[in-house]
Design a protein around this ligand. Structure first.
Ligand SMILES: NC(=O)C1=CN([C@@H]2O[C@H](COP(=O)(O)OP(=O)(O)OC[C@H]3O[C@@H](n4cnc5c(N)ncnc54)[C@H](OP(=O)(O)O)[C@@H]3O)[C@@H](O)[C@H]2O)C=CC1
Ligand SMILES: O=C(O)[C@H](O)COP(=O)(O)O
Length: 497
């Protein structure tokens, strides 16, 4: 059960979850807590500490100190500790998954999958880090015009310092470890600010790192509302890098942060382009999986279907048949569609739906909502003057726009201010490649729905969808800088054959 057994020490006597600083679980001097509302019951399920700015200062100070000795810890030892944390995390998947069910209404099986996937991510990262950080470069000077071979240049990758990790509510464990593990293997320390919805799952995950025996201060976890402590954290002079995943907040952070590396994975409006020659059963299955898994609350969810008019009726019919089979209800019952994360989120989704209704979209199902629970809805005949054609609902409602040419589909996709992923369904690989090249998105999937995983694939957004690239290898590289040492020889020296 959450907060019990090996996790008992992360909770105080009043049942409020502690924050993690300098290797210890602590109550905030603020005496205040932040409630975590269960999206299903809409009542407070957990509470976390509302940390103060002074507590943030202390955490950053100890993170700076711990990083100095961690950078001198052999790579293989860093990897060993990460492997240990991964094993502990997987061993305790049940209570952590339970938190995901209660805090973010993630369906029970998906919640377990998120924890297991996170353990695998940590282990892969440890292995990848040992390989790529164990290699540097050796250059000689005479390849550049005008030089003799009098200089040997050695390059290696060194840590940045303190990495601030801010994940979103929808993958509070996986998108936290996707920042923590690369930062640590590369010799950085970590300050984690988990999303409020999902904070308790994240605290349990952090405790697995604690149990693995990482040095004091190297990893800390500060809780509180992003709107209250977020700016203080992201503008903190002790922070050397920010890895953020979330919505528009990321755009604001990138404008306020200092001259430090930023990794930003933001929103998306992933388009699914379906051509006349597509396998419509495959396309329909992916539209449903891509559009409705975790009730559409994935940055990589299919968020607009752009289907050729000539096959649109057939496609819509196939999608509707599958939508009808989706189960709707509580995450504990492992339903496909569960309540969306907050009431304000449900209200926002409803606003998009009502706008589309007023402007004449065809509702393939009746619109139905109870509390935060919204039944899956396909909206056909959506036109570009409707908000849902452009905005990201982050919920189980999916617009279909009928197109008369491939160019029209590409144009709609590229007119978006987002550019995360997209997908195209066709049996013609040549057309697929041309369309993929023309789509202004970080990734295009051919004949499958958009997805971030597997977690070692590069993952990036163009335009307002982000800065930099994620994926295990790219994150490790992003969380390092290059250090060069040049050996100057008194006379040219050439290696003889
Ligand atoms: N491209 C990608 O990889 C992904 C993108 N997303 C996007 O994220 C959004 C949904 O996630 P959501 O969690 O609601 O996103 P938010 O941007 O609202 O929040 C993300 C994180 O930022 C924190 N935060 C809030 N305000 C600040 C601030 N001023 N300074 C620093 N941190 C702050 C939040 O904390 P708190 O919860 O306490 O407010 C949370 O931890 C969608 O737009 C979605 O597309 C989601 C997942 C993946
Ligand atoms: O937050 C998200 O939506 C994730 O980055 C998506 O991950 P997935 O595509 O692997 O579900």
């Amino acid at each position: 059960m959450a907060g019990s057994g090996v996790f008992a020490e992360i909770r105080d006597g009043d049942g409020v979850f502690r924050y993690y600083s300098d290797g210890e679980w602590k109550a905030s001097a603020s005496g205040k807590s932040v409630p975590i509302i269960n999206p299903t019951t809409r009542s407070t399920h957990f509470k976390v500490q509302a940390c103060t700015q002074e507590e943030v200062n202390k955490i950053v100070e100890s993170a700076k100190a711990a990083q100095k000795s961690w950078a001198k810890t052999p790579l293989w030892k860093r990897a060993e500790l990460l492997h240990r944390a991964a094993a502990i995390l997987k061993e305790h998947k049940a209570p952590i998954a339970e938190c995901l069910v209660k805090e973010i209404a993630k369906p029970a099986k998906d919640a377990v999958t998120e924890v297991v996937r996170s353990g695998d991510l940590i282990s892969y990262c440890a292995e990848e880090g040992v390989r790529i950080l164990g290699e540097g470069k050796f250059l000689v000077s005479d390849s550049f015009p005008g030089n003799e071979r009098t200089k040997y240049c050695l390059t290696s990758k060194i840590p940045l310092g303190v990495v601030l990790a801010i994940p979103p509510f929808n993958y509070p464990v996986n998108l936290a470890v996707s920042k923590i593990a690369p930062a640590l293997i590369a010799g950085n320390s970590i300050v984690l600010k988990p999303p409020t919805q999902g904070a308790v799952a994240a605290l349990h995950m952090v405790h697995c790192f604690h149990l693995a025996g990482f040095p004091r201060g190297l990893i800390s976890c500060v809780t509180g509302k992003g709107s209250e402590i977020g700016d203080f954290l992201t503008m903190h002079p002790g922070v050397s890098c920010i890895s953020f995943t979330g919505g528009d907040t990321g755009v604001a952070i990138s404008k306020k942060a200092g001259m430090i590396p930023l990794q930003m994975e933001l929103g998306g409006k992933d388009a699914c382009i379906i051509l006349e020659d597509a396998d419509l059963d495959l396309a329909a299955a992916n539209v449903v999986k891509g559009g409705f898994s975790y009730s559409g609350q994935r940055c990589t969810a299919v968020k607009v279907v752009l289907v050729m008019e000539s096959v649109a009726d057939k496609l819509v019919e196939k999608v509707n048949a599958k939508v009808q089979k989706l189960t709707v209800g509580a995450p504990e019952d492992d339903c496909d569609i569960t309540p969306v994360v907050t009431e304000s989120s449900a209200n926002f989704i409803e606003g998009l739906v009502m706008d589309a209704k007023q402007k004449g979209a065809t509702f393939c199902q009746e619109y139905r909502r109870e509390g935060n629970l919204i039944w899956p809805l396909l909206l056909d005949h959506v036109r570009p003057d409707m908000r849902i054609a452009w905005e990201e609902p982050f919920g189980p409602v999916l617009p279909v726009i009928r197109i008369n040419s491939v160019e029209e589909g590409i144009h709609h996709c590229n007119a978006s201010n987002f550019g995360l992923q997209g997908c195209v369904f066709t049996r013609d690989i040549n057309k697929a490649i041309l369309i993929s090249d023309a789509m202004e998105t970080g990734t295009v999937q051919i004949n499958s729905a958009p997805a971030r995983g597997p977690d070692h694939f590069p993952f990036q957004g163009l335009k307002d969808s982000g800065i930099g690239s994620q994926g295990i290898t790219n994150s490790i590289n992003m969380m390092t800088k290059i250090k060069t040492t040049v050996i100057n020889l008194p006379a040219p020296s050439y290696t003889m054959g």
